[in-house]
Design a protein around this ligand. Sequence first.
Ligand SMILES: Nc1nc2c(c(=O)[nH]1)N[C@H]1C(S)=C(S)[C@@H](COP(=O)(O)OP(=O)(O)OC[C@H]3O[C@@H](n4cnc5c(=O)[nH]c(N)nc54)[C@H](O)[C@@H]3O)O[C@H]1N2
Ligand SMILES: Nc1nc2c(c(=O)[nH]1)N[C@H]1C(S)=C(S)[C@@H](COP(=O)(O)OP(=O)(O)OC[C@H]3O[C@@H](n4cnc5c(=O)[nH]c(N)nc54)[C@H](O)[C@@H]3O)O[C@H]1N2
Ligand SMILES: [Mo]
Length: 767
Amino acid sequence: MAHNNPNPENPEVFLDIKLTEPKETAAGFPAVISAVKHVFSEMGPIRGTNALLKVNQKDGFDCPGCAWPDPDDERSPIAEYCENGAKAIAEEATTKALWAKFFEENSVAQLANLNDYEIGKKGRVAQPMYLAKDATNYKPISWENAFALIAEKLNNLPTPNDAIFYTSGRTSNEAAFLYQLFVREFGTNNLPDCSNMCHESSGVALNESVGIGKGSVKLEDFYEAEVIIILGQNPGTNHPRMLSALQKAKANGCTIISINPLKETGLMGFNNPQKLNGVLGIKSQLTDIYLQVKINGDLALLKAIEQLLWVEEQKNPGSVFDLDFIQNHTHGFEQLKNAFHQHNLNELSEACGISIDDIIKTTDAIKHKKKIIACWAMGLTQHKNAVDTIKEVVNILLLKGSIGKPGAGTCPVRGHSNVQGDRTMGIYEKPSKAFIDKLNSVFKINAPYEHGYDVVDAIKAMHNEPGKVFIAMGGNFLSATPDTKYTAEALNKCSLTVQISTKLNRSHLITGQEALILPTFGRSDKDVNADGEVQIVSCENSMGVVQLSKGSLKPVSNQLLSETVIVSKLAQATFGNKTQTPWQLYQQHYNHVRDAIEKTIAGFENYNMRVREPGGFYLPNGSREGKFNTFTGKANFNVGQLTFNKLADDELLMMTIRTHDQFNTTIYGLDDRYRGIYNERRVILMNETNITKLGFKAGDVVDLYNYHDGVERVAHKFMIVAYNIPEQCCATYFPETNVLVPINSVADKSNTPTSKYVVLKLKKHVE
Ligand SMILES: Nc1nc2c(c(=O)[nH]1)N[C@H]1C(S)=C(S)[C@@H](COP(=O)(O)OP(=O)(O)OC[C@H]3O[C@@H](n4cnc5c(=O)[nH]c(N)nc54)[C@H](O)[C@@H]3O)O[C@H]1N2
Ligand SMILES: Nc1nc2c(c(=O)[nH]1)N[C@H]1C(S)=C(S)[C@@H](COP(=O)(O)OP(=O)(O)OC[C@H]3O[C@@H](n4cnc5c(=O)[nH]c(N)nc54)[C@H](O)[C@@H]3O)O[C@H]1N2
Ligand SMILES: [Mo]
């Protein structure tokens, strides 16, 4: 029995890697070709075309890709999706189904030897499967027995806090609400979610500075903005539909500033594949000022920009800062002002790797502008000082009065398509007292107030206290989390691990003593209740719009249950007649779930009616209206503490990033087309000078080491690729290098693993 192979490092030989120059323009016709290729190969032409016609239409399903909003006004009738959205749909709506026979023929140990790409390509799990203690293969199990088994394990735990309930961000509002209700009625707040590894730092920073953990801008604001700053985000790959918004902004005269260690293709130029010009290859240039910052150099850079803005402001008071706004709506300006000259400009320029000239150019571009939007993603959130860095971004917006008015504000660009909605529904290990009070009064339950585990604490708890029950609503916990070996040991120590999943993934293969896979619908699947009525669910996008999602494709198996039904049945099995919550009703029609949400969570008045309005509805958002619900009652400036990163000569700083051919741990293909790297994922992108200095050459194969906390972590066999990246910085692909991300290296306050800040040493690989 060997279900503990966390990371097969067995590329016996490297594939035939192919390198070209990085592309200078994103999308265009190659994107259309790539989309169609993926869709047709997984789904065939008829099912594929049907899916593409329904995605992101007002009566269709929400794209299971990213959380970028749909345009309120002009949606393309045939193509409101992008290349990577199409790939996400193809992966989910594949016709490959894994029945009991597949699991009989393939042992867990055999499957664990495949890489993530190969595992993902196997297809959708078609029926509930059970792995008994010491068994080598999964066996089929009935839904009823699966629920009974989980219920028995849960009810026999010494305390409800010995159970851990993870959520990934594709789960609908309806399923997420019921899931947290079930978990809290059961008696714990152990609700870690993918947010803990993603935008948690944004949530913490924004809550403290502007009183709400969500962004303030709407899509229309992009069309009015004078300046858009994009930090630590690769929209060409991860939010391709954002490029259309940037293109429109640009046409309206906006200046775009990109801050990124890599010259990402999508930030440089765009051929809109939904417009004739784009298909013909007529390119729009996007970024005006490209700042190739060192990894984690952002805080220093932002401080330098603030310092220069202050210098300009003093020349002519009121010409740069919005003094009225600062006076009436903010707190802490005096402290910030005193800190403007804490560091000298040379020192800051050195720390971020951007020349003083370029910092001046940037300051000039924004000093007289009043409508600024700042967008950011994982390049800012996954660092030790992430919360301070994001607050520094907010400082600049506040100095300029650039929030709470059209064309300006905060835009943390979310990841999973409903990650924001899941939080709104209460998927949070640190619920407020008010939320629990409300839940207790609406449902007459005894939900606990004591905070639960987030992702990192959950892993440590599983590691330190064997015998826990771990349940995952979606996601791929083993591969997405840091310190893969440590996490694998943690999962192995659980008495039971349960994965509610669409596709086969590595978390099905690295398990507790016993394990279950419960197969469920994806977004595109048609979900019909016992009365033959098609059920809809709803999601909240990155800009706080709640919209319906209605699946339309025939599910790959007749044995799948929806997430909503799975949670309700699990609750019935666990509580028996001890519950007063109408779990049966929720299974009959999801309107009842939405009624329950409406009673519990503000902003969902007339939910059932408004969700059916074309385009959905906006949730309330104080910062959007210039109302800052913070502890001071105003928007708060923050003086971030800058520490200077010192590396030894033989050390590199690694960021783990996504290729153009993956969705998180789901690997669509082996190419990173925009970066010009084909047919290989085990690469390390390094600056040419460092390659030479360390005594290597491009093409060499190296092992990567990290020694945080005195523990040796190693990832074997990565090929060196010379790339345009600042010195002593390097990049590898997530999740292959998660094994190197130390469990104890986390962001202050948000506890997010520092996946973009891993100190490495390299050694030549010897066979
Ligand atoms: N197709 C596709 N779409 C996706 C996903 C996917 O995997 N595939 N994932 C979804 C999810 S869950 C999320 S959270 C988002 C992720 O979207 P992104 O955050 O765009 O994803 P990453 O690949 O992690 O890219 C981080 C970017 O930050 C830069 N960066 C790294 N370190 C630093 C730094 O210190 N400073 C600065 N300024 N930049 C830095 C990297 O060069 C890279 O361009 O995308 C979502 N959408
Ligand atoms: N090193 C490193 N680690 C990272 C990151 C990084 O940048 N670097 N990024 C982090 C980020 S931003 C995130 S969000 C996390 C992602 O962490 P997760 O959300 O846990 O991982 P995913 O790869 O998105 O999960 C994919 C699996 O979800 C299941 N699935 C897909 N759709 C559905 C559905 O509709 N319902 C259900 N029940 N299951 C479904 C499928 O079985 C699929 O295999 O990873 C984090 N980990
Ligand atoms: Mo994410």
